[in-house]
Design a protein around this ligand. Structure first.
Ligand SMILES: [Zn+2]
Length: 112
């Protein structure tokens, strides 16, 4: 991979990261504990609220995972070993990185 390609992956990763950070600042409210105010909220809608909260927490977890992977990819770019399979040390196919620039394994190792 040449520097131009690595740089375009870096841009992509930085954009992804800022999108995720913006998202989490707007949707964190939904992951807050459900108010157990029986007078204001009926039993059914309280269950809906708890289900929505569960989904929000799950989505938050996925965003945090993805952020960690993005940080890892950016660190590897800075260290100069981006695009190298962490398992076997071979270059990861660029088409695979175009699908997800945070991949850390080549297709052979990921398949195992
Ligand atoms: Zn590999």
């Amino acid at each position: 991979m040449d520097e131009i390609q690595i740089d375009s992956f870096r841009q992509q990763l930085l954009e992804l990261r800022s999108e995720l950070i913006n998202l989490s600042s707007t949707s964190d409210d939904a992951a807050k504990p459900v108010e157990l105010d029986q007078s204001a909220v009926g039993r059914l809608s309280r269950m809906d609220a708890m289900r929505a909260q569960g989904m929000a927490i799950e989505a938050k977890g996925r965003r945090e995972d993805q952020l960690l992977r993005i940080e890892g990819a950016l660190r590897r770019i800075a260290a100069g070993d981006y695009g190298v399979c962490l398992t076997c040390g071979e270059e990861i196919n660029i088409r695979r990185l175009e699908v997800d620039p945070t991949y850390t394994q080549c297709i052979m190792c990921a398949d195992k």
